[in-house]
Design a binder for this molecule. Structure first.
Ligand code: B12
Length: 211
């Protein structure tokens, strides 16, 4: 992480610690507006920040409500970036992606950030959010004429559900590309092919895989 990002992360942690929600949001938006930090770099920083808050909870140094508070501030920052994402959207590539997490997976902040990364890369992105039943996802993919579906999982436990979603979609929608990612795949990819798993860094060039 760059020196600027390091300094901003430390300042954001401090503001969140002092319950200065408005200050934290203003500071993050200012960094993006002035070009100090690109939107994807801000999102990487925010993901790191939450991982740090989570680790601090594991060590018994942070309470659950404080973790929730930090998550709520981060979500506000991401939502507040919306007009800037629209302003900076990539040249439209004519492709549409639908993003969701599977049933019982409530960690959807990562996939929320990912939707913006797709917009910045020129895709039309439709976010369905967390805990989406397979049948509803399939209906959305049809209605929105999706070229690709992105599924996210934080915990290893949800990989079984993801496997079922991917296999089922492949059967009913053979022309749809289905990619998975998220913290559940951070350590190993057992049972998954390299072609099925993507990372945020892949997003700017994913359209090249659509041919
Ligand atoms: C916020 C949070 C919650 C919130 C989620 C709110 C929401 N709407 O997202 C709530 C309160 C709901 C929650 C609930 C639970 N949580 Co929780 N939670 C967290 C926390 C603090 C932050 C997670 C987060 O949003 N990170 C930031 C995002 C941006 O990171 P990310 O998801 O990894 O996404 C990045 C990349 O992975 C990538 N990405 C994500 N998806 C995808 C997909 C693709 C295709 C690609 C390319 C990339 C990609 O994009 C992002 C970077 O830009 C973590 C702490 C930690 N250490 O991370 C615990 C944590 C994840 N939770 C945990 C647990 C255990 C739970 C609960 C079981 C708690 C409980 N007992 O009820 C429940 C489970 C609920 C469920 N069934 O899903 C554990 C998971 C342990 C594990 N690995 O198995 C953690 C690690 C806490 C801990 N230290 O134990 N949680």
């Amino acid at each position: 992480m760059s020196h600027t990002a390091d300094a901003l992360r430390a300042e954001l942690i401090s503001r969140i610690g002092h319950r200065d929600r408005e200050g934290a949001v203003a500071m993050a938006l200012e960094a993006v507006r002035t070009g100090t930090l690109a939107i994807p770099a801000l999102y990487d920083l925010l993901a790191d920040l939450l991982a740090e808050v989570g680790a601090s909870w594991s060590r018994g140094e942070t309470e659950v409500w404080q973790e929730h508070y930090a998550t709520a501030v981060v979500r506000t920052i991401v939502e507040a970036c919306q007009p800037l994402v629209t302003e900076r959207a990539g040249e439209p590539n004519g492709l549409t992606v639908v993003l969701a997490t599977p049933a019982e997976e409530y960690h959807d902040l990562g996939v929320r950030m990912l939707a913006d990364r797709f917009v910045l890369a020129g895709w039309s992105a439709h976010l369905l959010g967390a805990n989406v039943p397979l049948e509803e996802l399939a209906r959305a993919a049809d209605a929105l004429m999706a070229d690709a579906v992105i599924l996210s999982a934080y915990t290893h436990f949800h990989r079984t559900t993801l496997r079922h979603y991917v296999d089922a979609l492949r059967e009913t929608h053979p022309r749809l590309r289905v990619w998975v990612g998220g913290a559940a795949f951070a350590i190993e990819h057992d049972g998954w092919s390299e072609d099925e798993i993507v990372t945020p860094a892949d997003v700017p060039t994913l359209h090249e895989r659509m041919v």
